[in-house]
Design a protein around this ligand. Structure first.
Ligand code: MLT
Length: 256
């Protein structure tokens, strides 16, 4: 699967994997702010942005394979793999299935555990609603959950940017990855075997994946470090770009 991607900067190879149901534009503040320290590759995952459309179920392992195929295409042998939320599920699948490409991990607003029964059922409801009724109705509620209350109040530009990003994603992409997330396994046992440096970043006000989940994940990572950014929700990199870029820069300089 040939993914569409954007590339920027020079330095340590850094692949930036967006969350659900977003695209590479999520990473605009990093593509601009980290260009002196990293060679960034930000793909649109299958079914999102300008990448080929998805059908059926796209698993986190499918996404992982697509991203590694892209790195191979770009002759990038090893990269720091950074993923936000669903992008973090994909980053962990890459670490498990393709450890050769992972120089370091940055896990943002994500979790290692699998969905429980009710969460799986919600994924199916989301998939069906997207396919049968379209996604527009779900967008306002989702934007409220993605952005922390401070960002939502303070930056109406963020609201527009995020809701435009959600609205442009095809319903088939929403459905396929929603079903794929429901199938993902618990990757907590993998964490203690990861000998690579890992940075875990989250927002104090993340309403979708509470910071406690990031604390648990960090505790399992032998070389893990946790940074919790205050007054920020689920999209830390977009809501607090300066703080986010600062900790990533420091991680790239010291750990990788
Ligand atoms: C995301 O932002 O990628 C999603 O909230 C992840 C999820 O629904 O588990």
């Amino acid at each position: 699967m040939e993914l569409h991607y954007t590339e920027a900067g020079e330095g340590v190879p850094l692949v930036l994997i967006h969350g659900f149901p977003l695209d590479h534009a999520l990473w605009q503040p990093q593509l601009e702010g980290l260009s002196r320290v990293a060679r960034m590759v930000a793909p649109d995952l299958r079914g999102f942005g300008k990448s080929p459309q998805a059908s059926g179920v796209v698993s986190m392992e499918d996404h992982a394979g697509d991203v590694v195929e892209l790195l191979d295409r770009l002759n990038i042998g090893e990269a720091v793999v950074c993923g936000l939320s669903m992008g973090g599920y994909v980053a962990l699948a890459i670490a498990e299935l393709f450890p050769r490409v992972v120089k370091g991990l940055i896990l943002c607003n994500t979790r290692s555990v699998a969905d429980d029964g009710p969460a799986r059922r919600m994924r199916e409801i989301t998939a069906l609603r997207a396919l049968e009724g379209g996604t527009a109705e779900m967008v306002p509620g989702m934007v409220t959950k993605l952005l922390g209350p401070h960002s939502a109040k303070a930056v109406s530009r963020s609201i527009n940017l995020v809701s435009d990003m959600l609205l442009r994603q095809p319903a088939t992409g929403w459905a396929a990855s929603s079903r794929g997330m429901a199938e993902r396994p618990d990757r907590t046992p993998l964490l203690s075997n990861l000998r690579i440096p890992a940075l875990v970043i989250t927002g104090r006000d993340d309403a979708l994946i509470p910071p406690a989940e990031s604390e648990t994940m960090t505790a399992h990572l032998p070389k893990g470090r946790l940074v919790v950014i205050p007054r920020v929700g689920h999209l830390t990199n977009l809501e607090a770009p300066e703080a986010f870029n600062r900790v990533v820069k420091e991680f790239l300089a010291t750990a990788c």
